[in-house]
Design a binder for this molecule. Structure first.
Ligand code: PGA
Length: 260
């Protein structure tokens, strides 16, 4: 299981450092890593604070919320995978719905980001999910299949083992309207099935996260679902106490799952 904090365009470098210092001091030992996905400008401060905490990467890691798929060149405003690796990032989010909707990222563009991550050694957190209209039209599986097929088309079977997938129904992101555990499980089950068709047994090793209005109150019922392997959290990850509560919820469920 994996707990990912997507800070979006929040927290200055100074605030990020303070956050990590406090979080790391209170984090109880557990097999659930926390991954901080910080704004680009806060990544060096996060890296420094993580280093100071002396926590191993298996407990506290960090990454970026986006990257560009080219290695270098005339791409004003963009940041490459190697630039992120230089700062110590292990993860990068690819194709968050806000990138798709506000910044026009297509499945094709997202797919190029995913392969770039894998080829350079960053773990992509590949986001997919349907809009409310698509759900109402009964097209959830059609949309997820397209996003998976196009977004992962460049990966070899082996490379799938480097992947994290996040199912984030667009209608649940930042809205306070969380998917029910059953709705989330149904989508995750479909995703797992599709991944299996794409990469065989490797699919079992892929973490499939749920995201969209996860909070300390609902985290355990969501994480308890058989095909949900972690959370990608926006709003509720911005306060130390809330992220600690999410972490403790994930750890509790993970321990129970491991015993099964
Ligand atoms: P939210 O955001 O938790 O604020 O709904 C989740 C996300 O966008 O990753």
């Amino acid at each position: 299981m994996l707990l990912c904090a997507n800070w979006k365009m929040n927290l200055s470098a100074k605030e990020a450092a303070e956050f990590i210092n406090t979080y790391a001091r209170s984090l109880v030992p557990s097999s659930v890593p926390t991954v901080i996905l910080a704004p680009f400008t806060a990544i060096p401060a996060v890296a420094e604070a993580v280093k100071t905490s002396a926590l191993p990467r298996e407990r506290l890691a960090f990454g970026a919320q986006n990257l560009y798929f080219e290695s270098f060149g005339a791409f004003t405003g963009e940041v490459s995978a190697t630039m992120l690796l230089e700062l110590g990032c292990q993860y990068a989010v690819c194709g968050h719905s806000e990138r798709r909707q506000i910044f026009g990222e297509t499945d094709e563009i997202v797919g190029k980001k995913v392969i770039r991550c894998v080829e350079t050694g960053l773990t992509p957190i590949f986001c997919i999910g349907e809009t409310l209209d698509e759900r109402k039209a009964g097209n959830v599986e059609i949309v997820l299949k397209r996003q998976l097929d196009v977004g992962l088309s460049r990966l070899t079977e082996d490379q799938f083992s480097k992947l994290v997938v996040a199912y984030e129904p667009v209608w649940a992101i930042g809205t306070g309207v969380v998917a029910t555990p059953e709705q989330a499980q149904d989508a995750h089950h479909f995703i797992r099935h599709r991944l299996k068709a794409m990469c065989g047994e490797t699919a079992k090793r892929i973490h499939v996260l749920y995201g969209g209005s996860v909070n300390p109150q609902n985290v355990e019922s969501l994480m308890g679902q058989p095909d949900i392997d972690g959370a990608l959290v926006g709003g509720a990850s911005l306060k130390v106490d809330s992220l600690l509560a999410l972490h403790s919820g994930c750890s509790k469920v993970n321990t129970a799952k491991l015993k099964r």
